[in-house]
Design a protein around this ligand. Structure first.
Ligand code: PMP
Length: 403
């Protein structure tokens, strides 16, 4: 059997893990035929599945991998810290160093609080916003993802009844709907949460309209509510400052995770001076929130991202991929739509609401050693090379021929 190891592991998993796998990494219900569930090795921009097949990876663990799997500099710094001390009865010096570093890099930030997952960071933002304002409601965009904790998880059962009453919705990039939602809070608006851009899974991506961004800032000022930027997914790929700095808008609070430590478990909440006291009043913590090794990994990752001017490099790589794919699609008369910033491309077919064509395309690519996603934004990394892109384009050409 060609995928014997993967099949055997899936059978074992089905006995002891609900559904055989959960969440965004559950291949069965989510991904096209031919995708492996289990992997055994990762290096640079390459992944190997448990049956030894090699892939050029354009999902990058859904974002965390940004300077390459197993990057030797990040590994060395994290290992040295791990050897000295990772957790203790208090944090190591790295927590101060990393907070200083982020406050220096991110213009709106005057302080940092660290945690583990992106959802910890978005939740911490909400607590700081409410503590500051003494109000309870936080507006979130319809369909936006901010994590799987009950407040953020509207799609699945498991949240208490009423959990989402404190999170009324607006339509992203629609100033009128935002103004109406803000007004409907009747004086109880503590914050407005936004994403770097509209990167909802299953849709063509939409960059943030600068007019909309200006409206968000104006409404936050008008209602004395926090502008909360969820930069968990896009952070450090579009800018080494907060992503909305590209629009000239400063958030009050921002949430970071994923790429921050190149795959070591680390997230951060950053905030402006005005929210410092409120943050100080909130009790937030976790057994692993002070771990020093991931912070050392983050310091090295940020060094590399800065030295290599990551956003510019990733944009150039992404544009090479986008241009190449557009040319090949035209040649094969395939109606593709590529959306989002080049550093985080979404590649879907026009008139393909169930992603059937997209799935066939991705299955044909997986057979050819390229790991694309049929309906989620993908990610470029500094480990990708021009040669990887060119090899990918050859596979894209072959896959389109096979469609
Ligand atoms: N916000 C955004 C925009 C995300 O993309 C994610 C993760 N996909 C999260 C929050 C939650 O992050 P985590 O999975 O690390 O909790």
């Amino acid at each position: 059997m060609e995928h014997a190891n993967d099949s055997a592991l899936r059978q074992r998993a089905a006995q002891v893990i609900p559904n055989g796998m959960y969440g965004h990494m559950a291949i069965g219900p989510r991904m096209p035929a031919g995708y492996p569930q289990f992997f055994s090795r990762a290096e640079g921009a390459r992944l190997w599945d448990v049956d030894g097949r090699e892939y050029i990876d354009y999902v990058c663990s859904y974002g965390p991998m940004i300077v390459g799997y197993g990057n030797s500099r990040v590994n060395a710094r994290a290992s040295a810290q791990r050897k000295a001390m990772d957790i203790g009865n208090g944090p190591a010096e790295t927590i101060v160093e990393l907070a200083e570093r982020l406050v220096g890099m991110v213009a709106h930030a005057d302080w940092a609080v660290f945690s583990k997952n992106g959802n910890d960071a978005t939740t911490t933002c909400i607590m700081a916003a409410r503590a500051y304002a003494g109000k309870s409601k936080v507006l979130v965009a319809n369909g936006a993802y901010h994590g799987s904790q009950p407040w953020a998880n509207r799609r699945a059962p498991g949240a208490p009844v009423g959990e989402h009453d404190a999170f009324p919705t607006y339509d992203y990039n629609d100033s009128t709907s935002l103004e109406q939602a803000a007004q409907a809070c009747g004086g109880d608006l503590a914050g407005i949460m936004v994403s770097a851009f509209r990167h909802d899974a299953g849709y063509h991506q939409e960059l943030t309209d600068p007019q909309f961004a200006a409206t968000v800032r104006r409404l936050c000022d008008q209602y004395d509510a926090a502008l909360i930027l969820d930069d968990v997914r896009a952070g450090f790929r579009l800018s080494l400052d907060a992503s909305w700095s590209l629009l000239g808008i400063r958030p009050d609070l921002s949430a970071w995770g994923k790429a921050l430590a190149n795959g070591e478990a680390l997230a951060a909440t950053l905030g402006s001076e005005r929210y410092r006291e409120a943050m100080a009043s909130v009790f937030v913590t976790g057994s692993y929130w002070y771990q020093a090794a991931p912070m050392a990994a983050a310091l090295e990752t940020l060094d590399i991202l800065t030295e290599e001017d990551a956003p510019t490099r990733l944009e150039a790589l992404g544009e090479r991929l986008r241009r190449g794919i557009d040319e090949i699609a035209e040649l094969h008369q395939q109606r593709l739509r590529q959306s989002g910033p080049p550093q985080m491309p979404t590649i879907m077919f026009e008139d393909d609401p169930k992603a059937e064509r997209g799935s066939a395309f991705c299955s044909a690519l997986i057979e050819r050693g390229v790991y694309f996603h049929p309906w989620h934004n993908m990610f470029l990394s500094l480990a990708h090379t021009e040669a990887d892109i060119d090899r990918t384009l050859e596979a894209v050409d072959a896959a389109m021929k096979a469609l």
